[in-house]
Structures are given as structure tokens and as C-alpha cells.
Design a protein around this ligand. Structure first.
Ligand SMILES: [Cu+2]
Length: 157
């Protein structure tokens, strides 16, 4: 919040690309996207990147959205088996970018319960940062399956 006025400089820049982005204070949030899911999926995965353009670190401490549970997960490969683990918080040092991408960190939207993610849908969510506070973003649902299959259909939790 300290440098609230710098927000204006970023917002004024038009975006020509299809991607969408959000800037609050020193945090630049690029292209939140969620993968489409199978019709029976119980959970879906979301991805984005967050760049800290400030000179102090901030920490992502949570995410909220209109689902029974939303968590931050990381993917850890042990003996060629990918497992997911819950992240409580993720610090973003000055000048660094925290990336959530298929095969790595991701946002887990849980409890879809018969309402799968379909291409073109929008998912409103709120990122919660220790210093910057709450930032509203929108995840665009896209079919990312041509890349890493990820685990958009893991119903284990
Ligand atoms: Cu997960």
C-alpha cells in the first residue's frame, strides 16, 4: 500500500495481447488461467504469475474463490511420481516472479461437484498478500491439455 500512486502508471498502459493482467501497488499479476476439466472432475487447477516490482518482499498467504475449498499446491516429483503438497505461503522477493504453472505450483479449486470448468468461463478469485492485502483477479478457463496434462482431474482431495 505504501506506493499506491505508482499503480496509476501501470494501469494506464494498454494491453494489446489476449492475456490479461492485474496490477496493485508493486505487484504485477499476469494472466490467471484455469485448465478445463473433465465433466466428472472434483477439482480444477489454476495458474498465474506474480512479479514483485517493489523493493520489499511480499508474501502470498492465501486465495479465496467461490468453491468449497481453494488451496495453493506445489507438485513434487519423488521417484518419478508426482505428488501434490499444500503451500501455506509463498514469498516473493523484490524483483522476483512467482510462477504457478502446469507441473509445478498451482491453485487448486476443489469441490466442483458436477460443474466442470469449460473453456470461456471466468472464475473470480481473490489473492491475499501479507502486505498488499486482497487483490481481486479473474481466471480465464482455457484448454491447456495440449501441454502438460497436469492433474486437472485429480479427485483425491
Ligand atoms: Cu493440486
Amino acid at each position: 500500500m505504501r506506493k499506491f500512486m505508482t499503480l496509476l502508471a501501470f494501469v494506464a498502459a494498454p494491453s494489446l495481447a489476449m492475456s490479461h493482467e492485474f496490477t496493485v501497488g508493486d505487484l504485477f499479476i499476469d494472466h490467471p488461467v484455469a485448465n478445463t476439466t473433465a465433466a466428472t472432475a472434483m477439482s480444477g487447477a489454476g495458474y498465474l504469475s506474480i512479479t514483485n516490482n517493489g523493493d520489499t518482499s511480499d508474501t502470498l498467504i492465501g486465495i479465496e474463490a467461490d468453491f468449497p475449498r481453494v488451496m495453493l499446491h506445489d507438485t513434487i516429483v519423488e521417484n518419478d511420481i508426482a505428488k501434490m503438497s499444500h503451500i501455506e505461503a509463498a514469498e516473493i522477493a523484490p524483483g522476483e516472479t512467482l510462477t504457478f504453472a502446469p507441473g509445478g505450483k498451482h491453485v487448486m479449486f476443489m469441490g466442483l461437484d458436477g460443474d466442470p470448468f469449460e473453456a470461456g468461463e471466468k472464475i473470480d478469485a481473490t489473492l491475499i498478500f501479507e502486505k498488499a492485502g486482497r487483490i481481486d483477479v479473474t481466471f480465464d478457463v482455457e484448454d491447456l491439455s495440449h501441454g502438460d496434462a497436469g492433474h486437472s482431474d485429480h479427485s483425491g482431495h
